[in-house]
Structure formats: structure tokens, C-alpha cells
Design a protein around this ligand. Structure first.
Ligand code: ADE
Length: 339
């Protein structure tokens, strides 16, 4: 291993290794890729940095990966930060004034930017200037600094928390990342296994893909944990080993974890299947509201296990079936084994 790689924790090193380095290596999100390629090529031909871009969607679908890919494909430098890391206006000023012309700045979790910082970001995005107020009261004055031209790429799991003025300044496009289909997830697992030198058969890949929540990050995480299990138990990495390894992690055949099942169970057992408010579910499950809203719910909704209504969350018939509860309005259901 090279000197510079020695101190990098295993997981971080692997994540870097798995990150696609070219458009052709990035699997899925086809419509976003097509649109980005046009946006970037057109900007390149006009000899201008691309306009600002916003990605949103559930965690693990590749928002950060796309930002890195944009930088790589356009040969630009990328500076990485996040909403909560930019605490003061001065932090943002320092980042923006230190950019080189054409740089990309990536702000993750942009919904967590504070209002004062956001106000300074508007003119920076729109007109490439930084308005800084010096002093207080009647003697306060504004100075304006010209910034090097840059492209802001931002990401959020909570688009609804972004103010309309901020959203409207992403003139290059606002892109929603979709869950991947099973075939795409299988390709991603196959690619990762090859890069990491993991010997896994088609049945094993299939079994991980079924439970990976249509999410590449989860698929890669499961692949590594299944590799560990196979290694320790001296087994081939096939369908059966994957089944054992993921069952041990508490992941069931629909890819639900213990906390996903707990959310559904609470809605069904304590609140008659709903509708019930998010804050009530959070209190009853001891989970953070944000975790439920950003991580748990999108997948349960995608799987058709949960519905969001104006009066609250409702467990569907499918949720009752999956957890082997009898639906109050439905026919009796046979008990099924839950992992
Ligand atoms: N690893 C994580 N996300 C990926 C994707 N969309 N394509 C290829 N490899 C990935």
C-alpha cells in the first residue's frame, strides 16, 4: 500500500475506491446523467463554469458521488463542506474568497445552513459578489467583493426545508435522485465486488440486491458485511451465506431493519394503524423525527408499507401482512415468520 494510504481507515479507503470515476461507471439515474452532461458540455463550450446545481433525495443514493463525478469529468477542483459546518458568515466568506476561478464548491446538507449565511449566499450565487457589512448601527457600511466564478453543487435530504429564494437560485437545475431498481443495484454490487476482490456468485448478488433498500450505499455496506461473515465462517459467498449474514444483522426479506419494523409496529399496535403524527411516532419509538422522516419513511413509502396523509402516517394492508398482524377491516391473515 502506498505511504499516503496507510493512515486512512479501511471503510473510508473503500468508499473512495468504489466511487465511480467516469460517467460510464456510474450506474442508474439515467435522466439526471443525460441532463448533467448537456449542462456541463454547454458550459465548457462557452468557456464558463456551469450554473449552480441542487441534488435532493433520500440518503445513500449518490448525491455526493455525482458532485465528485462532475468535478472529475470537467477537470475542476472541488471544495467540500456542509450546511452545519458553515456556522458564520465569515466561514462562507473565507471559503468563497479562497476559490480559484472555475472551482466547484459542494455544500452537503444545505438545508442546515443558517439564515444569515443563506442571505450572503444569494448575491454570491446570483451575481458572483460577496456583500459584507462592516460595523454596526448608523456607521455600518457594506463592502462588496467580486468572487472568482464558481459552480455551487448542493445536496439535501429535505428539499421542503429549503426556502423558495434559495431553491430558485439553482439555475443549472434541481434534480431529484430516485431509488434504484433491483437490476441496477445488482450491477453496482457486481462492480463493487470486482473492485474489492470479493468472490460472490449470482445468487448472492441477487439476495443482497433484494434487501438493499434500492440504495447503493446500503448494497455496498451489505456486501462488505456478507464478505466478513463468509470469511469468518469459511463459507462461499452465495445466496445461503448472504441470507444468514443479513438475518444476523436483523435485515428481513424486504430489507427492513429492526427500527423500520418498529415504526410500523408502533403505528399498528399503539395507534390502530394510524393516521398518527410524526412527532408521536418519534416519541413512541425513541427515534429522532429527522431519522424517521429522512431515512425510514422514504423506503417504507417506496415499498408500499406506509402512506403519508394530511392527517398523519398510515400503515397499509401490506404492512399488516408483512408483520403478520390482522388488519382491523380486513380478512384474517395467516401468521408468517418474521426475521
Ligand atoms: N457506487 C455507489 N453508487 C454507484 C452508482 N450509482 N454507480 C456505480 N457505483 C456506485
Amino acid at each position: 500500500m502506498e505511504e499516503k494510504e496507510k493512515n486512512i481507515p479501511d471503510e473510508l479507503f473503500l468508499d473512495q475506491t468504489l466511487r465511480p470515476g467516469a460517467w460510464e461507471e456510474y450506474i442508474g439515474q439515467e435522466s439526471i446523467k443525460q441532463n448533467l452532461k448537456i449542462l456541463l458540455q454547454a458550459a465548457e463550450e462557452r468557456n464558463h463554469p456551469a450554473e449552480h446545481i441542487l441534488f435532493y433525495g433520500p440518503p445513500g443514493l449518490g448525491k455526493t458521488t455525482l458532485a465528485h463525478l462532475i468535478a472529475k469529468e470537467t477537470g475542476r477542483q472541488i471544495k467540500i463542506t456542509s450546511g452545519p459546518a458553515i456556522e458564520k458568515v465569515g466561514d462562507l466568506a473565507s471559503i468563497l474568497t479562497n476559490l480559484s476561478p472555475g472551482d466547484i464548491i459542494f455544500i452537503d446538507e444545505i438545508h442546515r445552513l443558517n439564515k444569515m449565511v443563506e442571505e450572503v449566499l444569494y448575491p454570491a450565487m446570483e451575481s458572483g459578489v460577496l456583500d459584507i457589512i462592516i460595523g454596526k448601527g448608523p456607521s455600518a457600511r457594506t463592502i462588496q467583493l467580486d468572487l472568482p466564478p464558481f459552480t455551487l453543487v448542493a445536496a439535501t435530504t429535505r428539499i421542503a426545508l429549503l426556502s423558495a429564494p434559495l431553491r430558485s437560485r439553482f439555475s443549472g437545475g434541481v434534480f431529484r435522485l430516485e431509488f434504484y431498481n433491483e437490476e441496477e443495484i445488482m450491477k453496482i454490487i457486481g462492480r463493487s465486488a470486482k473492485i474489492l476482490g470479493i468472490n460472490i456468485d449470482k445468487g448472492g448478488i441477487d439476495e443482497i440486491a433484494k434487501r438493499a433498500r434500492f440504495t447503493p450505499r446500503t448494497a455496498n455496506y451489505f456486501l462488505k458485511r456478507c464478505r466478513d461473515y463468509a470469511q469468518v465462517h469459511k463459507k462461499d459467498l452465495d445466496k445461503k451465506t448472504v441470507f444468514m449474514a443479513l438475518s444476523l444483522l436483523g435485515i428481513d426479506e424486504l430489507g427492513l431493519s429492526e427500527s423500520d419494523r418498529n415504526v410500523l409496529k408502533v403505528i399498528i399496535e399503539k395507534f390502530g394503524g394510524g393516521p398518527v403524527g410524526l412527532n408521536t411516532i418519534a416519541a413512541a419509538t425513541s427515534e429522532e423525527e429527522s431519522t424517521i422522516e429522512e431515512v425510514v419513511e422514504p423506503y417504507l413509502i417506496q415499498r408500499g408499507l406506509l402512506e403519508r396523509t394530511p392527517r398523519g402516517r398510515v400503515a397499509t394492508q401490506k404492512a399488516y401482512d408483512h408483520l403478520s398482524f390482522d388488519h382491523p377491516d380486513g380478512e384474517m391473515h395467516q401468521n408468517k415468520l418474521i426475521h
